[in-house]
Design a protein around this ligand. Sequence first.
Ligand code: TEU
Ligand code: CA
Length: 581
Amino acid sequence: MQMPHKIDNRKRAWWKESSVYQIYPASFKDSNGDGIGDLKGILSQLDYIQKLGVDIVWLNPIFKSPQIDMGYDISDYYSIHEPYGTIDDVDALIQGLHYRGMKLVLDLVVNHTSDQHPWFVNARSSPSSEYRDFYIWKKPRYDENGQRHPPNNWASYFGGSAWEYDEPSGEYYLHLFAKEQPDLNWENPRVREEVYKIIRFWLDRGADGYRMDVINFISKHPDFPDAPIKNAASKWQNASEYYSHGPRLHEYLHDIGMILKEYDAFSVGEMPEVKDTNEILKAVGFDREELNMIFHFELVDIDHGPGGKFTAGNWQLGDMKRIVSKWQTFMYENDGWNALYLENHDQPRSISRFASDLPEHRVLSAKMLATFLGFQSGTVFVYQGQELGMPNVPWDWTIEKYRDIETLNHWKEIPGTQTSLHEASLREYRLKGRDNARTPMQWDTSPNAGFSTSDPWIPVHEDFHTLNAAMQVKDPESAYHYWSRVLSLRKKFKDIIVYGSFALVSPEHPEVFAYVRRSEDGNALVVCNFSPRPVQWTVPEDVSDLLKEGRVVLSNYSPSCDGLRAGQSVTLRPLEAFFWL
Ligand code: TEU
Ligand code: CA
């Protein structure tokens, strides 16, 4: 058994002991009846958020945007998307959160801008524009028949080539996402200076930090080489090896880190595609002075098939154990830090994806996953509605109900005659589409779940009549109150839960995810049955020390598992989870 490290007090930090509530502004609460969520709507729910026990609110993008990609296409970093409200509303939100002892984290999207940003409008106007090299322009390639082609074979995440041809100049510009999201050229010092101004502006305004969108993509391989063929069925290839940890990434992140350090600001970097822990440690290592933590994608990509996200992929609990254990032990042994999440605005609902969303299982699943995630080491992120156990959209959703560019572009690429591919794709959208997390927050049983007095921009999930915040705040046995107990236990026993070591227990068990947390301050055992059926679990010897004292402190069953002893065979009920301390 590994002896836990003595906690080095220099390594304690408020952002390690905090938990974060993520709000998707368009879908949280509409205050003015236009069917779109807004800042005043968020302001009206601060007490609900505070009662959950979170410390920080992360807002998805709120800046001026044509909304091609729900605000991840920014046309002005200094003004607010009009339907969301005004900069005065932001000030009021900062004040309201600070008054309640909470903090505000904004979403910094600086790998790319909107094509409507004045920088790009100017850049596109002429090759000699002073903003031309704010973006990445390359000459075409021509084949032996004189056919024009993009500069390389890189694929966009939203379908097709990552290059868009600009007729007047005869050049292409790079867009790793939609063609309306041109990538910024970070090699240009003027771009970096402009970004650093944006960072300072909102921190000076009172914001407390940033979530940084695909921040590992900002440094590209200088030669922009063709990517190896990974998907022979496509002309365009995922080229993430050439942009997900480029040559100057840590130079740029350190520049950002030094600004954040001046403000003791919170930072979490979104880092898709990177699986190498040592690469990630360069960004989050204690003495690196870059970012506090990052979102890796290993867990949320677990069910992606061979042909990409919207192809069938299978996962076993063993895969999840390998991934979680890798990140938990690596960061503990190397002074790094984890951002813990199972849901966000890009991911399907976790009870549907990782547990069971049958009506009779939803609360059990939500509590089991709260136990699974909430007692790991790292900073916990809860996405709006996750605290209620909101499930994915209904199976009968047709393509007309979807709103997300990633889904709609994928659908458009399916040849009209392939009805079987249409059906398979609709199934994949229902399983993994981003709109699963973007249906309106369910407040009560009034029309549109109390989200809006008008038809919302995206359909409400019809289960709001029995699954909503009003009911759960009143019910002490709800998922909402279970989450608040998890978050308060984290604070009460932070030396074990936040700072302690991690080790799997019963690693071979196909349905039970169990782990121990150890510190000089005490030890804890977490046991989660991921199966919706009863399973047998034998209490292993390596926790016998832990069982001599302690008891079940939190469980999703009552009565919970009572006295355990090593060697005992226990029948765990469907989705049963408990925390033993
Ligand atoms: O997501 C980056 C990203 O990797 C995701 O688009 C991911 O590839 C996809 O969602 C997998 O389903 C960030 C934002 O979170 C996302 O909402 C934006 O669409 C994207 O960047 C572009 O800004
Ligand atoms: Ca509104």
